[in-house]
Design a protein around this ligand. Structure first.
Ligand SMILES: NC(=O)c1ccc[n+]([C@@H]2O[C@H](COP(=O)([O-])OP(=O)(O)OC[C@H]3O[C@@H](n4cnc5c(N)ncnc54)[C@H](OP(=O)(O)O)[C@@H]3O)[C@@H](O)[C@H]2O)c1
Length: 334
């Protein structure tokens, strides 16, 4: 197209996208991806675009993780499916093998809220895989009551911060060798919360599962930035994405009122997972470290000044998570 016509069109698209972001509902609901797909002329990754690549995904047995696994399988990836239920993993693997017409899928059982289980999973993966191109940290949950993991960590923090940190740490040798990409699936809910670095495990005040969840997601994205900074030049890319509001079993079970209220306005699981697949498969995403995405565009990490973490806060968070996961800083080597 003529450049004189294309520039104003790009300006209008950016303006409409920003207006959607400001409205929140327009951005997070199914309206977001349906308008943005047309505005920015999205194209889907080419068939076979991930052939020869290995992608690990946590939480592939439901919701976003399940449809992401299907999309990545369609793109030809070899998948390492990490979940807590042997039976569910076997079902997903069998369905993927039927879909792909071949079995390029392996399963690893691990409760990501258990550091012992994560370490055992790491050992298994290091022993069986020769490369890891993409690690998708997707498993997550909201806990209605405050509970502790076997490691003595608050369960939300254990599942969405400590477990993924230990998993990424242990798999760094494979990620380094493949110029890997780490994609953290976070939540727009984190925009509502800062982080109390003196109370990372929500032990003070009345329990709110949604608040603990938003704080854990805030910590998860802050760690993505810290990984990027500490491993700059390593060839590994660390990004986060949030899926908006997607109709999944997890959302229906954890926020039934919101799920009912939003009804048909919710995105499909595929609409929520689109940016995960896009980041995993895009030929240029290796250059996009330390960024947060929604609907294939970089978004701010903060919307309100009081939720912002300074560089020093992020360093303190890192040190705290290192201490809580066994005291080994994976970026300093053994
Ligand atoms: N849906 C949304 O609108 C939305 C919005 C913002 C962020 N997210 C995030 O997107 C991710 C996927 O959510 P979803 O909506 O797809 O939820 P979902 O349908 O409940 O799926 C969650 C997945 O995480 C796994 N999981 C939960 N606890 C685990 C544990 N202790 N160890 C290992 N795996 C565990 C589940 O395994 P089982 O099958 O064994 O339970 C399941 O595979 C989560 O991180 C969530 O916070 C979702």
């Amino acid at each position: 197209m003529n450049e004189r016509l294309e520039q104003p069109r790009a300006g209008i698209a950016t303006f409409v996208d920003a207006a959607l972001e400001l409205s929140v509902v327009g951005s997070f609901s199914r309206i977001g991806p349906s308008i943005r797909r047309r505005l920015f002329a999205w194209t889907d990754p080419p068939t076979g675009g991930l052939a020869g690549r290995t992608v690990l995904i946590t939480g592939p047995t439901s919701g976003l993780g399940r449809v992401t696994a299907e999309a990545l399988a369609d793109l030809g990836a070899r998948l390492v499916l990490v979940g807590r239920s042997r039976e569910k993993l076997d079902d997903v693997r069998a369905a993927l093998a039927r879909r792909a017409g071949e079995d390029r899928f392996s399963t690893v059982v691990a409760d990501l809220g258990s550091l012992t289980a994560v370490r055992a999973a790491v050992a298994e993966i290091l022993a069986t895989e020769s490369r890891l191109d993409v690690l998708i940290d997707n498993a997550g949950a909201i806990f209605p009551e405050r509970t502790l993991t076997a490691d003595g960590l608050e369960a939300t923090f254990g599942l969405m911060v400590a477990g993924p940190f230990a998993l990424t740490s242990g798999l760094l040798p494979l990620l380094r060798g493949s110029g890997g990409r780490v994609i953290a699936v976070t939540s727009g809910g984190m925009y509502s919360q800062g982080l109390d670095l003196d109370d990372l495990q929500s032990s003070v005040g009345p329990w709110s599962g949604a608040q603990a969840y938003a704080r854990a997601k805030r910590a998860q994205t802050a760690l993505i930035r810290e990984w990027s900074r500490r491993l700059a030049g390593s060839g590994i890319t660390f990004t986060a994405m949030h899926p908006g509001w997607a109709d999944t079993p997890g959302l229906a079970a954890s926020l039934p009122g919101f799920h009912r209220y939003m009804g048909r306005l919710l995105r499909s699981a595929e609409g929520g997972a689109d940016t995960i697949v896009w980041l995993a498969a895009h030929p240029e995403s290796a250059g996009w470290t330390s960024q947060l995405f929604l609907d294939r565009r970089a978004r701010p990490f903060d919307r309100a000044p009081m939720t912002r973490l300074s560089a020093e806060d992020r360093r303190r968070l890192w040190d705290a998570v290192v201490a809580l996961t066994g005291g080994w800083d994976p970026t300093l080597g053994r």
